[in-house]
Design a protein around this ligand. Sequence first.
Ligand SMILES: [Zn+2]
Ligand SMILES: [Zn+2]
Length: 175
Amino acid sequence: MDSLLYYLIPMMLVVGAVAFMEWFAAWSHEHIMHGWGWGWHQSHHEPHDAALEKNDLYAVVFAAFAIALYFGAAWLWPLWWIAIGITIYGVLYFFMHDGLVHQRWPFKYVPRKGYLKRVYQAHRLHHAVKGRDGCVSFGFVYAESAAKLRKKLQDDRRGLPTSAREDRDQRPSGH
Ligand SMILES: [Zn+2]
Ligand SMILES: [Zn+2]
């Protein structure tokens, strides 16, 4: 029983931290990065040639927070396992978002089926809307189906005031 708890509690802390981070990442992506934090995130929604984006600073902030927790574990041991969960989430985020979707690794791989394809398509649709407003799918590990997201995009578009819709319709062609 003791040894069960010895393993069970850390495991629950790690899994809980990973799950919480997906929720928190999606929430902050929607309400901070596409809100008052757009100044850093904008770089990610615009085409560019540079290897680094201002948006990467968000990853630095999250990493710094995890490192602080590792140090904090000297005083409060559960922080160690929470920090490990955040680190695992960071690796998942880089794999899914920077690797799979945005191809920031030196090979090309586009998933053709299953869960990876779902995540890939969902984040592609996040980038389907130009600019800060009206985007869908803010998570990185959990994703709604492409069909659902496309419908959301269509509904949003219909809900726009006419002036904004015309403005958006004209932008891509721009003759
Ligand atoms: Zn975004
Ligand atoms: Zn992206």
